[in-house]
Design a protein around this ligand. Structure first.
Ligand code: HEC
Ligand code: HEC
Length: 333
């Protein structure tokens, strides 16, 4: 211990020497390491003061009396609000444009309709999916686990090209903004059981393309009130939302029993056994903004079943509000 042969460069040992060769030096840790240690200790103190540290009920460590969460005033809520603002700033130009545009104009604008599709998805699952099924598959497809089905409140598929009220963008928008409630009268008092049986068979046969094989039923159909609402061709009248009876798409139960039930008690007819079919009026419900409803119209249209508007010219005109000078220019050349 006293005989310090092994000290390298004059560094003393702790006195522990083994075999005369192996000694325990008392080297200081390197300077960079010591600096780091001091800096991190200092950082703990600064951090402790600046940020909410010990999670007390009133959140500030030193400042709980005045409710400050640290001198930096940082809170997770504030950070969220700031992030939200960044997002809002990105969205605002789009949202502002949407306010003045018609649904058709939005649909015609590729960038906007892409933007709308994304927020439409969220709006749809929050407001519509419960009845129409996520992605518009319709309640009847989802099965009996839906309470709406038990009430007979089955919402139609929206992702096909079969429309009760029309599949043009403006039709869809009108449905959402104004609601729909198709009405078919009950026939239990106006038709005999036999007539209902016959006409039901005729309807089923029509959907299978062999309507003429049911002459008795056809007679009932033509002579009672059916044609007034479904049309003489039984293809439905969009203004009434009366279903097309010649296709295989069933709004309600398409079995012979199901068809009899619909004809006997009607739809929204006030009869206790009537089928219920109420598409809520979202303007009256006040849950969705005008822009939301436009977004939803575009979103639903883009399920793929949307129908083109042959009179598409006015669409372009509306969309190109600032561009009337731009449009004639190429012609002038
Ligand atoms: C309470 C259930 C319910 C909710 C919620 C609901 N719908 Fe409907 N929707 C219906 C029913 C029922 C019909 C059919 C109405 C009828 O048969 O007269 C319908 C019809 C429609 C139609 C017309 C379909 C056609 O074939 O013409 C569209 C479009 C539509 N809904 C879109 C929406 C959108 C978008 C939302 C969300 C904003 C929504 N619905 C929310 C029940 C609902
Ligand atoms: C007052 C108008 C009106 C009259 C009259 C009427 N219907 Fe309807 N019918 C409707 C409407 C509207 C619907 C669609 C209801 C809905 O989807 O909201 C419908 C639906 C149906 C359906 C269900 C179709 C499906 O896809 O599930 C059948 C079947 C039907 N009607 C047959 C008849 C027959 C047969 C007659 C004559 C005995 C008749 N209807 C008379 C308005 C009428």
């Amino acid at each position: 211990m006293s005989d310090n042969h092994n000290s390298a460069g004059g560094v003393p040992t702790t006195g522990h020497v083994w075999d005369d060769d192996l000694a325990d030096f008392v080297n200081q840790p390197p300077k960079w390491w010591m600096l780091g240690l001091t800096a991190s200790a200092l950082w703990v103190v600064i951090y402790f003061i600046m940020y909410p540290a010990i999670p007390l009920a009133t959140n500030g460590t030193f400042f709980k009396g005045i409710g400050l969460p640290g001198t930096g005033q940082w809170t997770a809520i504030k950070e969220l609000a700031e992030d939200q603002k960044v997002l809002d700033d990105v969205r605002r130009p789009f949202e502002d444009k949407l306010k003045t545009m018609t649904p058709a104009a939005i649909l015609a604008d590729e960038e906007l309709s892409k933007y709308v599709e994304r927020s439409g998805k969220v709006l749809f699952s929050d407001n519509c999916g419960g009845c129409h099924g996520q992605n518009g598959v319709g309640t009847e497809q989802v099965g009996a686990k839906f309470a709406v089905r038990e009430q007979g409140l089955m919402a139609p598929r929206l992702n096909d090209d079969d429309w009760l009220y029309g599949g043009k963008i403006d039709d869809i928008h009108a449905t959402i903004a104004g609601g729909r409630q198709g009405m078919m009268t009950a026939h239990k008092d106006t038709l005999s059981a036999q007539q209902i049986e016959d006409v039901s068979k005729y309807v089923l046969a029509m959907s299978e393309g062999r309507g003429d094989s049911e002459a008795a039923g056809k007679k009932v159909f033509m002579e009672s009130d059916c044609t007034a609402c479904h049309g003489a061709d039984a293809k439905g009248i969009q203004a009434m939302g009366s279903a097309n009876l010649t296709d295989r798409v069933w709004r309600f139960d398409g079995s012979i029993e199901g068809i009899k039930q619909t004809i006997t008690y009607g739809v929204n007819s006030g009869d206790a056994n009537a089928r219920a079919a109420i598409m809520p009026n979202f303007t009256a419900a006040g849950k969705l903004s005008d822009v939301d409803m436009k977004k939803l119209a575009v979103y639903v249209y883009k399920f793929g079943g949307g129908q083109k508007d042959e009179a598409a010219a006015p669409v372009a005109a509306v969309e190109a509000a600032p561009a009337p000078e731009a449009a004639p220019a190429p012609e002038a050349k």
